[in-house]
Design a protein around this ligand. Structure first.
Ligand SMILES: [Cu+2]
Length: 166
């Protein structure tokens, strides 16, 4: 009985020391908390009213244009940092194309327009402007084989790509 006494006492004091450290650490965290909670409180409440979103094409039901089963050719074009991620695209000739356009630039309008040859050539497709972050599907009519230039008409000098129809 006596032999176990000192051992238990030292263990108890050891545990008490850990508890004390834990309490001190917890006390520090608790003291830090009130300081941190001040920052998120300062939130402007009227900022949402400045952006009056126009009734864009995003609300139009996509069900009105069903995709042709099997034969649909889908091309992905992503706009990011005012540039097309894909600068070289290929697609088969003489079949309708679906361009899945993903605008990842928040608050920035982009579109997709396609011209035969260079950007000065005949326009063969003009997609509706999409303001990011949003995506849409453009339905492009079948194109004959050739080289086409894809641009964003909002940023025609910054956003270009080459589309090869073959
Ligand atoms: Cu653009």
């Amino acid at each position: 009985m006596n032999a176990g006494g000192p051992v238990r006492r030292s263990r108890a004091s050891f545990l008490a020391a850990i508890w004390a450290i834990a309490i001190v650490a917890g006390g520090c965290a608790a003291q830090a908390n009130p300081g941190w909670t001040y920052a998120p409180v300062v939130v402007p409440s009227g900022s949402a009213g400045t952006s009056s979103a126009p009734p864009g094409p995003a609300s139009t039901p996509a069900a009105s244009s069903p995709q042709p089963p099997g034969g649909a050719t889908v091309i992905d074009i992503t706009a990011r940092n005012v540039a097309f991620e894909q600068t070289r695209l290929t697609a088969p000739a003489n079949v309708p194309l679906t361009i899945h356009f993903d605008n990842e630039d928040s608050g920035v309008p982009h579109d997709v327009a396609i011209y035969r040859g260079s950007a000065e050539g005949q326009q063969v497709f003009q997609g509706a402007i999409v303001t990011g972050v949003a995506s849409t599907d453009y339905h492009v009519p079948a194109l004959p084989a050739g080289t086409y230039t894809v641009i964003c008409t909002v940023h025609p000098t910054l956003m270009t790509a080459i589309l090869t129809i073959q």
